[in-house]
Design a protein around this ligand. Sequence first.
Ligand SMILES: [Zn+2]
Length: 120
Amino acid sequence: MAYDMPATAFSPSFAICSLWWEILWERVSTAEFVFNRTSSFLPSPNCPLCLSAVDYLQHFVFSRPCKFPVWTLIAIASITVHTIWRARWAVVFDNSPFFPNVVAAKVVTAIHRSHDLNST
Ligand SMILES: [Zn+2]
């Protein structure tokens, strides 16, 4: 079976690998990191997006309200890919038809279920 997508389509670039290395070693250039080394470059160590908190590593990567919408969209994309993957293999193993509207409804249900699990 031939695939339309080249095998290297999802290979991370050097910049992505370098950023992950910096995050894992806590060397990423957050505002706090830069301010602590060269305070003349930045006026404060606070997050340049929300200005409400020091831009330390966890804030840089995850913190609300700056990053939460991005992580939410990634979670929705992940749920969608997983649901399509399951429906695709249900065609093979369960002889189930692949109806895009049914798959889309399952995506919506899975998103609601994920939201309910995360809000309790
Ligand atoms: Zn922020």
